[in-house]
Design a protein around this ligand. Sequence first.
Ligand code: SF4
Length: 157
Amino acid sequence: MTLRLRPHHVLCSIGFEGSGYDGPFIANMRHIVTQVLRGPGGRDQRIWISDTADAICAPCPKRVGLGCESQDKIDRFDRDHAEALDLTPGQALSWGECHDRAVARVVPADLDRICAGCEWLPLGICKTRLAAAIAAQPGMEKGRPGEETAPNETPVV
Ligand code: SF4
């Protein structure tokens, strides 16, 4: 079954370690991230890029229909993350392709700009997990050209 994801939820899913708005939101996101995307065959999971509420938003206490109480902020996240990952609403691709775009195109310091205003950004979890995903890519042991810190060294948090 195809999973509907809005652009900024690609990096949120890579960074997820259990934080969320409330119990039902966390339980749903934990299932999607740990059982589906990080589970067996997760890279082959089909993703449909959405510009409205998605599978992760479904039980969110801030969801209003297909919108959000914080619509302006969410629209900004989606716009900036879509640009960073070269994603377009209506696009269909695999989770592996989403994940690989993120680790190829985004470095942890980029989150300070594209995630500005997110309550979980100051925790540093998303930067740490993104850095680990980048470091896990073949040939990335010494980091990318222009990076001040190799991603397999102490991550910037
Ligand atoms: S900092 Fe917030 S918006 Fe950015 S990836 Fe993490 S949870 Fe998502």
